[in-house]
Design a protein around this ligand. Structure first.
Ligand code: F0G
Length: 419
C-alpha cells in the first residue's frame, strides 16, 4: 500500500519534472506535475499525491514560514503574504486540567488571513500560475474562500467561491468580499457546493483549489514540520500525539504525508511518528463513524449540523488519504458536542488564545479522550487550532460575557461595579 508508513521511496518515473511528479494513491499511475490541469487520476479517478525524487531532512530547511520548507514543496517560491511560522503556545492551566505531560497549542489562526488555509494557498496559487490558469475557484465553509480570495488577488487572478447560504461565519464572508471574490451563495450545504465546483472545474471554468488539489496539501504539510521542529527544540523529542479538527480531512492527510516523507528520508523512526487524532462535531462525524466501525470507506452524511460551521461537512473528500494516516500512526477519531466545543473555546480564551469554534474541537476532543483513558497522562500533545476568534464574531459573543449598559458618568459606573 503506497500510503503505509513503511513504504519505500518510489522509483522516479519519466513523468517527473525536476524530480517532482503526481502519483495516484489507488493505482500508482504517474503524471507530469505542471503540464495539464488535473485533480484526480485519469485512469481510476483516485486521489493524487505529489512525489519527490529527493526528500529533505531537517538540516535542509532554512528561513521562516512556509517557504522555509521549500525543499519539501513542489516549487521553490510561492505567491506569499508571509504565511506560517505560527505560535506553538504553552497553556499551563489547560495542560494541568487536561492532565497530560505537556500540552501545546499550534495556533493556525495567526496566519495572514486567520486560518491554516494560507499555507495551502501560497503553494496552490503559485502552481495555478505555473499552469497558466486565470480563474480560481473553491467551495467553502468560509476559510478556504477567504484565503483563496486573498491569495488569488495577490497573484492577480480572478476568484470564484461557492458558499452554503446562511452557514458561513461573518468574518469569512467579509474577507472573501473585500479581497474581490465573486461569491455564489448556494442553497445547499458545503458538500453540494463542492460537487458543483468540481463539475465547473472539470468543465474548464476555473482551477479548483479545494483540498482535493494535491498541491494545496503540500503547503499544509508545513504545519506538521513546524510542530515537530518546535517540540524538538523544546523537549528534544517529537510530540506523542497531534489532535486536530477534521472536516475534509485535508490536514490529517497533509500531516501524515509530512511524517511519511520524514520516515522515508530517515529523519524519523516509524515508532516516533505522532499519533494523528481527529476530532469532529457530533452532528458532522462521518470520519469518526468510519474509524469506530473499522470501515474502509466513509459513508457520506447528507444531513449535517454544528455550531462549528467550518467543519459542517458530511463527505470528507480526503478520507482515502486520512484513514490510513489515523490508523498507521496509532491515532483515533472522536466526536464532541457543540457544548463541549464552546467550553473548550472558553478554556482557550482563558489562556489568552482566541479561536473560532471548529478550532476548539481539538481541545474538546483531547479532554474527552483523556477522560476516557485513551490518552495517557504521560503524553506530550499538540492541539491544532485552525482559525482565529474574529472569523466568527457571533459565536465568540454568544460564548463570552454580555456587555453591561452603564450611565455616562463615573459615579454611575462605580455604583454599577459595586452593585
Ligand atoms: N478548522 C477550520 C477553521 C476550517 O476552516 C476547516 C476547513 C477545518 C478545520 C477542517 O480542515 O478540511 O483539513 O479537515 N475548512 C474548509 C473551508 C472546509 O472551506 O474553509 P480539513
Amino acid at each position: 500500500m503506497s500510503l503505509s508508513l513503511s513504504a519505500e521511496q518510489p522509483a522516479v518515473p519519466d513523468d517527473a519534472d525536476d524530480g517532482v511528479w503526481l502519483e495516484c494513491i489507488e493505482c500508482g499511475e504517474t503524471f507530469p506535475p505542471f503540464e495539464d490541469v488535473r485533480y484526480t487520476c485519469d485512469e481510476c479517478d483516485g486521489l493524487l499525491e505529489v512525489r519527490y525524487a529527493d526528500l529533505p531532512t531537517f538540516d535542509d530547511f532554512e528561513g521562516e514560514g512556509v517557504w522555509r520548507y521549500a525543499d519539501a514543496l513542489p516549487l521553490s517560491e510561492g505567491v506569499t503574504t508571509q504565511e506560517g511560522a505560527t505560535p506553538l503556545y504553552e497553556v499551563p492551566r489547560l495542560e494541568e486540567s487536561v492532565g497530560v505531560e505537556a500540552l501545546r497549542i499550534k495556533h493556525e489562526g495567526m496566519n495572514p488571513t486567520g486560518s491554516f488555509k494560507d499555507r495551502g494557498m501560497t503553494v496552490g496559487v503559485a502552481v495555478a500560475k505555473e499552469l497558466g490558469v486565470d480563474r480560481l475557484a473553491c467551495a467553502s465553509t468560509g476559510n478556504t474562500s477567504a484565503a483563496l480570495a486573498a491569495y488569488g488577488s495577490r497573484g492577480g487572478m480572478e476568484t470564484l467561491v461557492l458558499l452554503p447560504a446562511g452557514k458561513v461565519a461573518a468574518g469569512k464572508i467579509a474577507q472573501a468580499s473585500l479581497h474581490g471574490a465573486r461569491i455564489l451563495e448556494v442553497d445547499g450545504n458545503f458538500d453540494a457546493c463542492l460537487d458543483i465546483v468540481q463539475e465547473l472545474a472539470a468543465g474548464g471554468e476555473a482551477y479548483l483549489l479545494n483540498s482535493l488539489n494535491p498541491f494545496r496539501l503540500e503547503g499544509q504539510k508545513t504545519i506538521g514540520l513546524e510542530i515537530l521542529e518546535g517540540f524538538l527544540a523544546d523537549y528534544d523529542a517529537v510530540p506523542d500525539r497531534i489532535v486536530l479538527p477534521v472536516g475534509n480531512a485535508g490536514n490529517t492527510s497533509a500531516l501524515y504525508k509530512a511524517f511519511r516523507e520524514l520516515v522515508q528520508a530517515g529523519e524519523l523512526a516509524e515508532s516516533e511518528v505522532p499519533k494523528l487524532t481527529g476530532v469532529q462535531a457530533e452532528g458532522a462525524a462521518p470520519m469518526v463513524e468510519a474509524i469506530e466501525n473499522d470501515a474502509d470507506e466513509v459513508r457520506r452524511w447528507e444531513e449535517v449540523e454544528t455550531r462549528a460551521t467550518a467543519i459542517r461537512i458530511g463527505n470528507p473528500v480526503n478520507a482515502p488519504k486520512a484513514l490510513p494516516g489515523i490508523r498507521e500512526t496509532g491515532g483515533t477519531a472522536i466526536a464532541v458536542s457543540d457544548e463541549e466545543i464552546t467550553d473548550a473555546q472558553r478554556d482557550l480564551a482563558g489562556e489568552g488564545i482566541g479561536v473560532e469554534p471548529a478550532s476548539a474541537a481539538s481541545v474538546a476532543g483531547l479532554r474527552k479522550l483523556r477522560a476516557e483513558g485513551i490518552v495517557d497522562d504521560d503524553e506530550r500533545v499538540a492541539c491544532l487550532t485552525t482559525g482565529h476568534l474574529l472569523k466568527d464574531p457571533d459565536a465568540a459573543a454568544a460564548a463570552g460575557n454580555d456587555p453591561e449598559p452603564v450611565p455616562a458618568d463615573t459615579a454611575g459606573v462605580l455604583e454599577h461595579l459595586r452593585s
